[in-house]
Design a protein around this ligand. Structure first.
Ligand code: ARG
Length: 401
């Protein structure tokens, strides 16, 4: 493989991606490293990050505000699909990767780069997501992955960086590995590697502890249109504002923490702590509205396809024909998902306590009621059950001989 001359590197400002800059130039003979840092609502100051890349030897340091596409094109589809990997993890990290990859490819095209690069290690899911997204969008672009190939420990990487003028991290070294964006935080490593060690309170930043959560419950109402959350307590918000407000409310009541053993794409089990308050709250409310507005068989099929959707996204197949086809199914179902859900937030719980839909409810009172307005034909049940049970009766008779 010939040498890349101009490379666009996905940049976070951390040690690993900073070390990638001199490493690409000095070890791999790259002429020019252009960094790209994405704003995904993680709350980092992007200006210092931009300068840090230049100090580390980048010839250009670009930042892009991706918050709106992140929510519109990635978070909302995940809510519509009730996407929970292995039934639990709402993909807060996984959803960001195809968007960053898409932007890397775009920047590479603009600056005429012949390769892109990322600083993911060889045992995580993120490398899979970047590599596959880039392959699907730009099969001609080379992907350089220094951190997957250098065999430096973290200490060695820091020392290498220092030799190239990259200051070692100043703050007392946190033992945790953290990824964060508007949708949530993932926390790994350090003491958490022992699956029996409870996560210390210090790892959380978006959610209150149960102890510190208000003792008073709070009831909120979330409104949906075509499967998208559009208002909280009757106040319409743009989608970014709505996610922020959902984070604030759920986080305040200590809802949205996860402590799970997760199956990575590369075959290992890992212990993961997440806090994704808003996303989990919105998925719960959305599921509930679907149970009111979708036909039983559509609902059952959707629940199966949701698992498949979440698995594809987790495994890096955001840009794939199956994911694309599943999106078609999801979107078609969502035209009916209009209405609102009432939720009680209290001490780490988010309990559904009401749901309604003026336009699409399939809950028919005179069918459901046990009162005098009952219009269900009780006698018709007999013939239905006779035929429904016929196979059982025939099977039993045949066994008796
Ligand atoms: N296990 C999670 C996932 O695969 C979190 C990954 C966190 N990534 C990171 N670079 N720290 O989505």
């Amino acid at each position: 493989m010939g040498r890349a001359k101009k490379v666009v590197l996905a940049y976070s400002g951390g040690v690993d991606t900073s070390v990638c800059i001199p490493y690409l130039k000095h070890e791999w003979g790259v002429d020019e490293v252009i960094t790209f840092a994405a704003d995904l609502g993680q709350g980092d100051e992007l200006d210092p990050i931009r300068l840090k890349a230049l100090d580390a030897g980048a010839s250009q340091s670009l930042v892009g505000d991706l918050i709106e596409p992140f929510v519109e094109e990635f978070a909302l589809p995940a809510i519509r699909a009730n996407a929970l990997y292995e039934g639990r993890y709402p993909l807060s990290t996984a959803l960001a990767r195809p968007l960053i990859a898409r932007q890397l490819v775009e920047v590479a095209r603009e600056v005429g780069a012949d390769a892109v690069a990322h600083g993911c290690t060889g045992k995580g899911n993120d490398q899979v997501r970047f590599d596959l997204a880039i392959a699907a969008l730009a099969p001609d672009l080379k992907v350089l992955t220094p951190a997957r190939e250098w065999s430096m420990s973290r200490e060695e990487a820091i020392a290498y960086g220092e030799r190239c003028g990259i200051p070692a991290p100043v703050s007392k070294k946190s033992p945790y590995s953290i990824d964060l964006n508007l949708l949530g935080r993932s926390i790994e490593a350090g003491p958490l590697e022992d699956p029996m060690v409870a996560p210390p309170e210090e790892v959380f930043a978006m959610t209150s502890s149960i102890d510190a959560a208000p003792s008073q419950a709070q009831d909120i109402e979330i409104s949906f249109e075509a499967g998208n959350p559009v208002a909280i307590d009757g106040v319409r918000l743009d989608s970014v504002g709505l996610i922020k407000e959902a984070n604030r409310l759920a986080g305040r009541h200590g809802f949205g923490r996860l402590d799970i053993i997760e199956n990575r794409v590369v075959g290992i089990k890992s212990r993961e702590i997440y806090e994704t308050p808003g996303l989990l709250l919105l998925i719960r409310a959305h599921q509930e509205l679907e149970s009111l507005t979708l036909a039983a068989d559509v609902l059952r099929m959707k629940r199966q396809l949701e698992m498949q959707w979440a698995e594809l996204v987790y495994q890096g197949l955001w840009f794939s024909p199956l994911k694309d086809a599943l999106d078609g199914f999801m979107d078609r179902t969502q035209i009916y998902v209009n209405g609102l859900v009432r939720i009680r937030l209290h001490k780490g719980n988010a309990m559904v306590i009401g749901r309604s839909s003026d336009t699409n409810s399939l809950y028919i009172s005179d069918m459901a009621t046990y009162g005098s307005e009952d219009n269900f034909d009780h006698r018709a049940a007999e013939g239905f059950i006779y035929i429904w049970g016929l196979p059982s009766r025939l099977w039993a008779a045949a066994r008796r001989g």
